[in-house]
Design a protein around this ligand. Structure first.
Ligand code: GAP
Length: 462
């Protein structure tokens, strides 16, 4: 399928089949916000739970946290976000399109402008007579830096303290703020990690590409606390774990790659960053990130909060500030990558076209669908207990409307790996038809053995 068509088809399927809806649609939409519909919610839940099982539950060196979205405003000064979480933006006066100035200059002049002042950026735009990619005009506003954090106002405190609060642009900082609480309460020993899943908010200048870059999204982040001298090994171990995760959830190896950030383009807190890239339909783009944040965050929060954020080695009693390796995963980008990877349109031997989401069975939002061949007794009476028994294990749907072929197509479209049909033979010998999504092959299985046969297909082989 042509890549540019792929995104359109995925967006259409998401809307049509209840995965993802445009936000505030009845009001004409609210740009770059989305609702996750019933199947989208299920897919997200499966990803979150699999991530937590993989990186927290199945490891002895990890604990969890659920910190607040609103942190003390000083925390964002300490983290560097108030001063440095900026993009330079520029508007075309003619067509009113807005661009990130760095992207525009990079694309037209091939020059990296990270760290340039606004005056230097404006000069470059004049010197190179940059034209608007949308309308060809050269009539630009001045470039200006724009902080990507959303701010909100609290009701004034009795002390008349600063009433500005920021919606967190990353979940990471809450972990640093609770570092001491975790060390004091959990008997953790370095190396150990703290994991958190939650919403983050960024007032992106150039959001877009469906749920790839949005203003409200979900992150799954880990701050892994280490002795500084071990960082290189730990970094490689995490990179390997992240790659393993990508393949376990079902992303195609040939669409994945790594991109090392050049030393002069690293974020203010990082000594090394590698992005895991995915070949989305709109091009190769960041899926996840891995950064060595040194002791930057803990040291800055210690300085700004005047709290001691140290760790005492239980054996040697040595006190030190641990360093941090941070694997970070975007949940919405995971959803998008899985949808793009799974989407297929196929021409069947009978000339019919089918759309199918080829999710790995363990990632599919609905695992099994149960159909009585006809909406009639005694088929219904036989099918309902099978449905009730299977849904004790997984998300299972009962579907009795329309021809069987139509029901198969409906479930192919949402990626259901198995369909069970109760037919007249079932009434005689207690067997059902089990139909496999990808091969479309059917097998006859006894009701007694049905749950374990389904489990065989659905359980993940890592
Ligand atoms: N704590 C480090 C951090 O936040 P980041 O690379 O800015 O690093 C981490 O973000 C991940 O969050 C990205 O790899 C991506 O998956 C996701 N992400 C970032 N901005 C996003 C946005 N505007 N919309 C959707 N996902 C986003």
């Amino acid at each position: 399928m042509i890549e540019t068509e792929l995104l359109k088809s995925v967006v259409a399927l998401c809307k049509r089949r209840g995965f993802i809806f445009p936000g505030s649609e009845i009001y004409g939409g609210f740009a770059n916000t989305y609702s996750y519909g019933p199947y989208g919610v299920e897919l997200k839940r499966i990803i979150r739970e699999a991530w937590w099982r993989t990186f927290v539950q199945n490891r002895e060196d990890m604990v969890g946290l659920d910190g607040p979205i609103l942190l003390h405003p000083r925390a964002w000064e300490a983290s560097g976000h108030v001063e440095g979480f900026n993009d330079a933006l520029i508007d075309c006066k003619n067509c009113k399109s807005r661009f990130r100035a760095d992207h525009l200059i990079e694309a037209s002049v091939g020059l990296e402008v990270e760290g340039f002042t606004v005056a230097q950026i404006n000069q470059l735009i004049v010197d190179h007579a940059l034209v608007c990619p949308k309308c060809g005009s050269k009539d630009w506003t001045d470039a200006r830096y724009f902080n990507l954090m959303f701010s909100t106002r609290l009701s004034k405190t009795a002390q008349g303290e600063n009433d500005v609060a920021y919606l967190r642009p990353e979940t990471a900082q809450a972990i640093f703020l609770d570092f001491k609480n975790i060390v004091d309460t959990m008997r953790v020993t370095v190396p150990f990690g703290v994991a958190q899943i939650g919403k983050a908010f960024r007032n992106e200048i150039t959001p877009g590409n469906f749920i790839f870059r949005v203003i409200e999204f979900e992150q799954m982040e880990i701050e892994y606390f280490i002795r500084s001298e071990t960082w290189e090994t730990v970094f490689e171990e995490w990179l390997a774990s992240m790659k393993k995760w990508c393949s376990w959830i079902g992303l195609s190896e040939n669409r994945l790659s790594c991109s090392e950030h050049p030393k002069d383009k690293l974020s203010h807190y990082s000594k090394r960053t590698v992005d895991i890239m995915y070949d989305f339909p709109f091009g190769r783009s960041e899926l996840y990130g891995l950064a060595y944040r040194t002791d930057y965050d803990l040291s800055r929060h210690a300085e700004y909060s005047k709290s001691k954020l140290e760790y005492t080695d239980p054996q040697t009693r040595e006190k030190y500030v641990p360093h941090v390796v941070e694997p970070t995963f975007g949940l919405d980008r995971t959803v998008l990558a899985l949808l793009c990877d799974a989407y297929a349109e196929e021409l069947l031997p009978n000339g019919e076209q089918r759309t199918v989401l080829r999710f790995k069975p363990h990632m599919a939002p609905v695992k099994v669908a149960v159909f009585p061949l006809m909406k009639k007794e005694p088929l219904i009476e036989k099918a309902r207990p099978i449905f009730d028994a299977l849904r004790q294990h997984w998300a299972v749907q009962y579907d009795d409307s329309g021809a069987i072929g139509k029901r198969y197509r409906r479930h192919d479209e949402i990626g259901t790996p198995l369909c069970v049909t109760v037919d007249f033979q079932t009434l005689e010998d207690d067997t059902v038809t089990l139909r496999h999504r990808d091969s479309m092959e059917q097998e006859r299985v006894s009701i007694k053995a049905l749950a374990s046969r389904c489990l065989e297909v659905i359980s993940a082989r890592s």
